[in-house]
Design a binder for this molecule. Sequence first.
Ligand SMILES: [Zn+2]
Length: 343
Amino acid sequence: MIINKKIKFQYIKLLIYIVLIIVFSTFFKNYILLANQDSCIDYDCYEKRIINVLLLYDNEIFFDKEWEDNIKNRFDEINKFYYSNFKIEWRIIDKKQFKFDKNINSLSTLFTLHKSKIAKIIYNTKAEVVLGVIGRDIKGLGIAATFSNIVMVADSLKFKSFENSVVLAHEFGHLFGAWHTRRKNDFMLVSGAKQLLTSKESNTILKLMRNYKFDPKILVNNDIILNRISRLYNRHHAIGEIDPVARLLTDSGNKLYLNKEYKGALKLLIKSNEFFGRWGETRMILSKTYYELGLYNKSFTELTRAMFFGSKLDIDLENNLKKKFIDLQKIDPTIKNPFNLDN
Ligand SMILES: [Zn+2]
């Protein structure tokens, strides 16, 4: 009886230890993560952050003295704004010529075409961010992928006006995850921002992410920070915007899909839908991922959802999926083909 009591006591003691360890480890994990982000929330305690930029110019620009001077003036204006609000300084450390496709007339198409090649260039430099400058008439003023390290701007007048500075400051903002707002006096205004001023929302996300190293891999598994960004975004954003966390997760999922890492892609794409489930692009990549994993019914469902949420049809995927169901029915006639509406 005494032995039994002793064992029972030791068992309870052990249980208490286990519970305490779990509680403390969770607490410390959160504390460490949040401490890194929260330890300095005041401008005064910020350390100055210098962000090195590699400038790529297209072959139609003769990168002359006028260009050099204008770019310098634009960076001076941007730095005045970024330094006074976030203690950040952007610094061009190198310039290189890059063969941007001359036949493309839209900045976003040009960006999509060249982004992976540009991303490779940065690995061999000390730059954190690449700025591509297009010096010809093209549709679009500026573009950047959320949480990435690539920005592209276009101007046929050699970047000579203050408005060019606003465009560039705005695109740099997207690298920290800033979304479009409807605040008139905000550099992240959805369209036609005219001033280098910041709203409460843009200010908060920039301050939260000012030390971000422009590497999405650091973020995708940090649920605490992802939830925090998403909560901030939900407080105020322009109509039709996609949650920046969903953008991040879908972009990262797509990269894994293209590398044929389908299970990893699946995880990120499902997570992206949890943040923003109405984005056709996520659904389409998810459909392709399910197809590669042999989950054809799920692939069909996501293909339908992708179309419902406005995605462009991927004809190859649709044809492959149709063919797959026909082949499967040859082996097992009881299998239903979801493309046949009468079954
Ligand atoms: Zn924008």
